[in-house]
Design a protein around this ligand. Structure first.
Ligand SMILES: NC(=O)c1ccc[n+]([C@@H]2O[C@H](COP(=O)([O-])OP(=O)(O)OC[C@H]3O[C@@H](n4cnc5c(N)ncnc54)[C@H](OP(=O)(O)O)[C@@H]3O)[C@@H](O)[C@H]2O)c1
Length: 261
């Protein structure tokens, strides 16, 4: 199947590592050009160096919780490539915190990184996509399933990120722009390795139908598919990519049941 992405441009926020970096690699493998950003200049330059044998890469240093940085990133991509076709709002992070413990500053920072960055991204995308294009908001399985006792604000904000895609899909539809969200389940990225204890990861694997976490490339490929011509009738919806984490109440019995109620 020809995804029709050769020669197109994808802008990916938060792409020096993890899902964003894997998504950039996947776009390049399809013949697209990519603009990638992160806050740490050395890291985004290193990522660009790693990716550049695959195609044209524009690294940008900026903080996507600041509107002027998001707009400058959009301008840099447009002036380098002359067009932008796909915009991926990938920036997001969770801190381990129970709801009652968040300080006002932590609330503000969590809202900024998980939600405001995506709003700024959708606004900038609307400006540079012109007529036609795709926006993908990276949400989370946590938007659909509660994560008791940890990162209480993360799930509600990711639910908002998914709904944001629906709203912008409606507002931009007449310009031929589609907008969707992707809900990854547990994915082996630097953030997950650093923030979640090995025992908790094992429990999560046991609760997943496929009995393992995702490789970032397994999230990247559906993102790229959603940006492609092959997904031309998909908009204002979300795609869960979780290995079947959210659907079975007793995953410990999967494949082992004898039919006894
Ligand atoms: N990994 C999972 O299991 C999982 C599951 C569900 C959803 N997600 C979502 O998927 C997305 C990516 O997650 P990940 O695990 O790949 O994260 P990650 O490994 O921590 O990578 C995050 C990337 O974003 C950049 N970044 C962070 N804050 C930024 C900001 N304010 N402005 C610009 N760049 C910023 C980081 O670089 P700098 O630090 O240099 O800025 C890095 O390149 C997030 O939205 C996350 O919530 C992840």
């Amino acid at each position: 199947m020809d995804l029709g992405l050769a020669g197109k441009t994808a802008v990916i926020t938060g792409a020096s590592k993890g899902i964003g970096l894997a998504t950039a690699r996947c776009f390049l493998q399809e013949g697209a050009r990519v603009a990638i950003c992160a806050r740490h200049e050395e890291a985004i330059r290193a990522a660009a160096g790693e990716l550049s044998p695959l195609g044209e890469v524009l690294p940008f240093t900026g903080d996507m919780t600041r509107q002027e940085d998001v707009e400058a990133f959009a301008d840099a991509a447009l002036s380098r490539f002359g067009r932008v076709d796909c915009w991926i709002n990938n920036v997001g992070a969770s801190v381990r915190r129970a709801g009652a413990a968040y300080t006002p500053d932590e609330i503000r920072r969590t809202v900024d990184v998980c939600f405001t960055s995506a709003v700024y991204g959708c606004q900038a995308a609307g400006r540079v996509l012109g007529r036609g294009g795709v926006i993908v908001n990276i949400s989370s399985l946590a938007a659909r399933c509660g994560t008791a006792g940890r990162s209480t604000l993360y799930g509600p904000l990711k639910a908002a990120v998914s709904h944001l895609a629906v709203m912008f899909a409606a507002e931009y539809a007449s310009r031929g722009i589609r907008a969707v969200s992707v809900l990854p389940g547990f994915t082996i990225t630097p953030a997950v390795r650093a923030g979640i204890a090995p025992e908790e990861l094992k429990r999560n694997e046991a609760g997943t139908l496929l009995r393992r976490m995702a490789d970032p490339s397994e999230i990247a490929r559906p993102i790229v598919f959603l940006c492609s011509d092959a997904a031309s009738y998909i908009t204002a919806t979300s795609l869960e990519v979780s290995g079947g984490r959210s659907v079975i109440l007793n995953p410990e019995f999967v494949g082992e049941g004898d039919g006894t109620p």
